[in-house]
Design a protein around this ligand. Sequence first.
Ligand code: GDP
Ligand code: K
Ligand code: MG
Length: 276
Amino acid sequence: MNTIALVGNPNSGKTTLFNALTGSNQRVGNWPGVTVEKREGKFKFNGKIYNVVDLPGIYSLGAFSEDEIVARDFILQNNPDVVINVVDATNIERNLYLTTQLLEMGTKIVVALNMIDEAKEKNIKFDIDTLSKKLGAPVVPIIASKRKGIDKLVKETIKVMEKDIYKRPHISYGEKIDNKIEKIEKLLQNENLKYPPKWIAIKLLEGDEYIREYIDSYICINKDSSTTKELSKILQQLKENNEDYELEIINKRYEFIKNITDKTVKRPDIPAETIT
Ligand code: GDP
Ligand code: K
Ligand code: MG
């Protein structure tokens, strides 16, 4: 059975969408080993049954909280067929931060641009086609609480599941960081790892402790290979030079978002008298 995961910021409307999709066909439990709530359900479309998982609400896919680790491990290890990224249209810039990290994971995504009713009230306008092209994913405006746009969302999700015609955009972190990512990625390419090589490379440069520990133990177990020796050398250097690219990477993600929203999101002009 195909699995669809719902990912989004807290209060973006994930559970509302989950309920709209699954109705009473759902159960609530816990993720193994943690107290994070797990919601799973099913829906039928064109005679086929799909599994839906409502992941915890998160702002990022780092290792900051159990919620983030549950979400990212589910996406990277359980490999859902598609991730529906629920985005609050009234707060799109902030919400797209998570989207950039989903793009980094290389996973198939569909963006559910939710709360379109509230965005309309605030006179926020979107160029959906361009937004979709620039994100390399279908963007479907919805109002989850009124069940509007859900059919279209399901159709686009299944389309992407069956054949992903979108080209995911390349996010550049600047030449220096890009080169380092590429070097680590190449080293990891033929290793038997539980996360994608490029994603691991980004996380190592961000100083993600959880991934650092994972890689350190991988090196320890496979210490006789030339690859892990080389990797170990690179990691040692990062540590010794106190290299930390976390802020630079975060800034580049926001730059990537701004480049997109500048061209695709229009807010009403602020009346001159309110600017002091
Ligand atoms: P979650 O934290 O992402 O699971 O968000 P919820 O599904 O709990 O929704 C947060 C709040 O937003 C709830 O009060 C919902 O009723 C409301 N909500 C969800 N979708 C919409 C929408 O499209 N429009 C509006 N106006 N409210 C919504
Ligand atoms: K609301
Ligand atoms: Mg929820």
